[in-house]
Design a binder for this molecule. Structure first.
Ligand code: F0G
Length: 445
């Protein structure tokens, strides 16, 4: 049950079918090129796109915009300490800024960095700082009953250390929830195992805490030891094992912008502060306005309240259920922030080289004005990955009728399944890794 009501609304508009078709064509069959006003339901990301509370907006009016020593920074610091258990923080403009600050300090040329699964920006910042990212997820199939499909395989980390030498692994990262593994959660038991391995190889143990509250909710629901614990207590417990955290405030700080690094060690704090000043801004604002710090300070506390987090994660599950009832193949159980659709299973006639995920993404827009994002051959060329379409729910933004509309749009695509053709890339940027953000496509003749 939604434990909130709307107080400010933003009208949305469903362009008619002819307009949607014209929009698709002029966007080069790439939904990143659509104007947001032409999108009816926007599931591109859950990052910075959610609805803030009245308390967050009220706090923003109190923003202290002093360059140094801002009161707003002190309130953020207190909130991070209370909610996440980190006293020493370095603010950054968003998550990837925080990644650059921390990994730039920890990593040297030729180092290896294992992670359950690296998110794209994490991978990029590790490479950019001379490191080699290595994914060490547990082996799971979509059909497995496993409750924590986001877990790290500690033996894969040990094997890596045996092969490359523990001295070349400065950091071990665990990403909660595991975004690149369908937003699946990580158990506290697994986080403890990761802590042990980090000690064995003498590595700094980092948690990518972007969706720490969603992860804590799954722990409460699925890990016996924590069934009676509050989400707020679990959140502190899961982060208590880490030496450092990287955070995007655009996720579980329920804000439109912002991020930070949290550390325990004094010398690591000093080094990250200096690098923060270089790339982000002075240590009490980090590239943000004081009001943005306020929004995060309040948002973090809201993220671990039971009524908020239950509604949040259960809404994603509700979308998953509606899609399954409509016969749409999804990664189950659903994760914390998004539903992932298996496009190859949904459109079996479209070969991988013709981007079944991108075809499905375009058809969803054509049928319902819904914008998801392809995560398959178009986004990750040449990688042997499942062909997925991610439907991310912004926090506190949509209602059940919207979810029903999404499921109905899939049903309409299914009715025309046999008429659909593949797509080919006709214009792309120099860096293939970034092509899905701007490349243009056309239907295959
Ligand atoms: N780490 C994880 C696990 C993320 O999901 C993201 C962003 C970041 C770091 C970087 O944070 O965007 O504030 O710079 N994920 C967004 C997404 C973009 O759509 O999944 P950022």
């Amino acid at each position: 049950m939604r434990a909130y009501r709307a107080k400010v609304v933003e009208p949305i508009h469903l362009p008619d079918r002819d307009e949607r078709e014209a929009n698709l064509e002029s966007a080069g069959y790439n939904v990143f090129n659509l104007d947001a006003e032409d999108v009816f339901i926007d599931l591109l990301t859950d990052s910075g796109t959610g609805t803030m509370s009245d308390e967050q907006w009220a706090a923003m009016m109190r923003g202290d915009e002093a360059y140094a020593g801002s009161d707003s920074f002190k309130r953020l610091q207190e909130s991070v300490d209370d909610v996440m258990g980190f006293e020493k923080i370095v603010p950054a403009h968003q998550g990837r800024g925080a990644e650059n600050v921390l990994y730039g300090v920890l990593i040297s040329e030729g180092d290896y960095v294992p992670n359950n699964t690296h998110f794209d920006t994490t991978r990029a910042h590790i490479v950019n700082n001379g490191g080699k990212p290595v994914d060490c997820p547990i082996d799971v199939d979509a059909e497995d009953e496993e409750s924590f499909k986001g877990n790290l395989d500690p033996d894969k980390v040990r094997e890596l250390a045996d092969n490359v030498g523990a001295e070349n692994i400065p950091a071990l990262v665990v990403t909660i929830t595991n975004n690149s593994m369908a937003g699946q959660p990580v158990s506290v038991e697994n986080i403890r195992e990761a802590r042990d391995v980090a000690d064995e190889i003498d590595a700094t143990f980092v948690i990518d805490a972007c969706r720490f509250a969603e992860n804590a909710y799954f722990v409460q629901q699925r890990e016996d030891e924590f069934s009676d614990a509050s989400v707020a207590d679990i959140a502190r417990e899961e982060l208590s094992y880490a030496d450092a955290i990287v955070m995007s405030g655009k996720k579980d700080a329920l804000s439109n912008i912002g991020g930070f690094v949290g550390v325990r060690d004094e010398s690591l704090f000093e080094a990250t502060k200096q690098r923060g000043i270089l790339y982000e801004g002075f240590t009490t604002y980090g590239g943000l306005a004081g009001r943005d710090l306020e929004a995060m300070a309040v948002g973090l506390r809201e993220a671990v309240t039971e009524s908020y987090i239950e509604d949040r994660v259960e809404q994603v599950a509700e979308l998953g259920d509606l899609l399954q009832e409509a016969g749409v193949p999804i990664f189950a159980p659903t994760g914390g922030h998004a539903v992932y659709v298996d496009a190859e299973e949904f459109l079996p006639e479209i070969p991988r080289e013709e981007f079944p995920g991108q075809v499905l993404t375009c058809e969803l827009y054509r049928e319902g004005g819904v914008r998801g994002v392809e995560l398959g051959e178009f986004a990750f060329p040449g990688e042997d990955r499942p062909q997925l379409v991610r439907l991310c729910l912004p926090r506190r933004s949509y209602f059940r009728d919207h979810l029903v509309h999404i499921a109905e749009s899939f049903e309409k695509v299914a009715e025309r399944r046999d008429e659909l053709t593949g797509l080919e890339v006709v214009a792309e940027p120099e860096m293939e890794e970034l092509r899905h953000f701007s490349a243009e496509l056309e239907p295959v003749e």
